[in-house]
Design a protein around this ligand. Structure first.
Ligand code: ATP
Ligand code: MG
Length: 354
């Protein structure tokens, strides 16, 4: 029996609801499969925990995570804590501390889900976000505080090593796809140092991947292409900030933030990777049982694939698609189903599939 130690960090708001649903589905998948099981440990790190203790992660917490096979993360964000404090308190220290430099964000229109695009058939993208440096390097500061000429600087940091490894990762991933096409997204017309380094390193790395076709877009132009010619895109690689924005757009174009999954990967497997829905804590619907659990289920599919449980991953994805196709949808997708109803529907499909 293959055993996986899983760190579950539900976090805040609907994070707790969708992670509970995700663990229920994962337990069923492993029981039905029979070849593996999860040993999940709940870590209570959240904004409530922060308000009580003054920190999100206790001393040594990130090191403690190194003992797990994977991290299943919900969301962080609270009305009582400024967003930059909660993000830098919990999610970024994990992603950066475990060198999860490749953030993979698939976007696809699932069967039965309406897209705001006029022509959405064939939309199937993977956005690869550089997850360790760039605009979120934490480099900058405030000077002249309290004076009218106060200054805040936010310096994006791009290292050749950091840029090269994300491009290599993107080419490797693009090569596994049917269309094998990779689009580089930058803003190298206006930002002439880091972004030009991105362009140059991309061209160098491309030489090693003659089987992958490539093109380049500026980040502003690629947003119009995502809407007007969505079928022309396959895999996109972009910086931390740009890909953050593009993947929210991609999620909306594929129906809702409530279905979009993401994997924060340490591709060398030196440290565990982290799997999470891309949405946040969504206070407006928290505690009501209305959150769409599909993003988290799809996230669980990515985690199963990462762990090498491909058969279980395929069955879970098929169960999710069968449920959306049948119109069992939460409010964000125009339906009336609750989190529990969607979860039960996925569980039923799974039982029928084994
Ligand atoms: P955070 O500050 O943690 O990012 P947020 O309040 O900005 O959280 P998001 O989760 O980013 O909220 O999503 C924005 C809105 O999209 C939510 O307020 C909610 O209405 C909707 N939404 C997001 N995720 C889901 C989901 N899983 N199910 C249903 N609706 C969702
Ligand atoms: Mg948000």
């Amino acid at each position: 029996m293959r055993e996986y130690r899983l760190a579950a960090i539900p976090g805040d708001g609907i994070g707790t609801e969708v992670i509970a649903a995700g663990l229920e589905v994962l337990d069923l998948v492993s029981a039905l499969d029979g070849g593996f099981r999860f040993e999940a440990e709940h870590l209570p790190w959240s904004s409530e925990y922060y308000l009580k203790h003054g920190y999100y992660i206790p001393a040594g917490g990130v090191d403690y995570l190194k003992g797990f096979d994977a991290i299943f993360f919900g969301a962080v964000g609270s009305q009582q804590v400024p967003d930059h404090v909660s993000l830098w308190g919990l999610r970024l220290p994990i992603a950066q501390g475990l060198d999860q430099y490749a953030n993979v964000r698939p976007a696809r229109v699932l069967p039965g889900v309406g897209s705001p695009l006029k022509r959405s058939e064939g939309v199937d993208w993977v956005i690869i976000r550089e997850n360790s440096e760039g605009e979120y390097a934490g480099n900058g500061g405030r000077t002249h505080q309290g004076f009218p000429h106060e200054v805040g600087t936010e310096t994006a940091v791009f290292t050749r090593a950091g840029v090269e490894r994300i491009h290599r990762f993107a080419f490797e991933l693009a090569r596994t796809r049917e269309r094998k096409h990779l689009t580089l997204v930058t803003k190298s017309n206006a930002q002439r140092y880091g972004m030009v380094l991105w362009d140059e390193v991309f061209a160098e790395v491309a030489g090693d991947y003659p089987d992958v076709t490539t093109d380049r877009e500026l980040v502003d132009a690629v947003t119009t292409r995502m809407v007007a010619k969505p079928q022309s895109l396959d895999v996109l690689v972009a910086t931390n900030l740009h890909a953050d924005i593009l993947s929210d757009l991609a999620a909306a174009l594929s129906g809702s933030l409530g279905i979009a999954p993401t994997a924060n990967l340490n591709p060398e497997r030196q440290f565990p990777s982290m799997f999470e829905p891309i949405h946040g804590s969504a206070f407006d619907i928290a505690g009501k049982g209305l959150a769409n659990p599909v993003a988290t289920f799809w996230t669980a599919v990515m985690m199963l694939e990462h762990l090498g449980e491909d058969a279980a991953a395929t069955r879970l994805m098929a169960a999710i698609e069968s449920v959306t196709a049948a119109g069992v949808l939460t409010g964000d997708l125009g339906g009336t189903a609750t989190t529990a109803e969607v979860t039960q529907a996925v569980c039923e499909r799974l039982r029928a599939a084994y």
